[in-house]
Design a binder for this molecule. Structure first.
Ligand code: DX5
Ligand code: ZN
Length: 217
């Protein structure tokens, strides 16, 4: 288990968008620590979600910090549009931009910098950047859609990241995203994850208070 506290970050992508403000308040009262805001551009992944205007609307309602997950081709170009509303900006190592420079610019802006890795990408791709980030997002499904099944083989990356963090005395969070429910949350936290993103499990639950408590373990 990670020694870091468990952080539950419900993914707004799974809410009822016809009443997004009430949804944010409802899930915040149920115990959300952060809100995870998934941004998709139809290029980097085969889907669209929201942009800066909706992120600002969430920011106005939410009392907890926002964790934005940029599944877009040009995170270096677009992150400043989200930056005023969020605490953490995560972008993908697979995005065609300069990873090191982008992480540095995010940090210089006053946000924390997260780096995400998709299931098919080998762990070696993110290894050189682990000392330059505040959060590593290990995708536990292929990005693009909610409601997919957790891929257990991604836990090897969580374990490898945890080992390097200990060996090098680093301090980044390890976040998992996709197919997280109480059973997979347990697998992920045992591997070393401490930030749990859950969309369907929380927003579509009959009892989100109980669901969040169970995710927290
Ligand atoms: C997938 C997104 C996830 C997704 C999680 O591309 O990054 O945050 O909304 O949804 P669930 O929890 O339903 O798998
Ligand atoms: Zn996400």
């Amino acid at each position: 288990m990670s020694s870091k506290p468990i952080i539950i970050a419900p993914s707004v992508f799974a809410c009822d968008f016809s009443r997004i403000g009430e949804e944010i308040t409802r899930i915040e009262k149920a115990g959300a620590d952060w809100f995870h805001v998934d941004i998709m551009d139809g290029h980097f992944v085969d889907n669209f979600t929201m942009g800066p205007a909706v992120t600002e609307a969430i920011y106005k309602v939410a009392k907890v910090p926002l964790d934005v997950h940029l599944m877009i081709e040009r995170p270096d170009h677009f992150f400043p549009r989200f930056q005023p509303f969020v605490r953490n900006v995560t972008f993908h190592v697979e995005a065609p931009c300069d990873t090191k420079a982008t992480a540095r610019t995010i940090r210089d802006s006053g946000c924390t910098a997260g780096l995400a890795i998709s299931p098919p990408t080998p762990f070696e791709k993110i290894e050189p950047f682990l000392d330059q980030i505040d959060l590593l997002l290990v995708m536990t499904v292929n990005p693009g859609f909610g409601g997919q099944a957790f891929l257990p083989e991604t836990m090897e990356k969580v374990k490898a990241a945890k080992k390097i963090r200990e060996r090098q005395g680093l301090d980044f969070h390890i976040e998992v995203d996709g197919g997280i429910r109480p059973d997979t949350a347990r697998v992920a936290t045992e591997a070393g994850a401490n930030v749990l993103v859950a969309g369907t499990a929380v927003f579509r639950s009959e009892d989100p208070v109980k669901e969040i408590a169970e995710l927290r373990g």
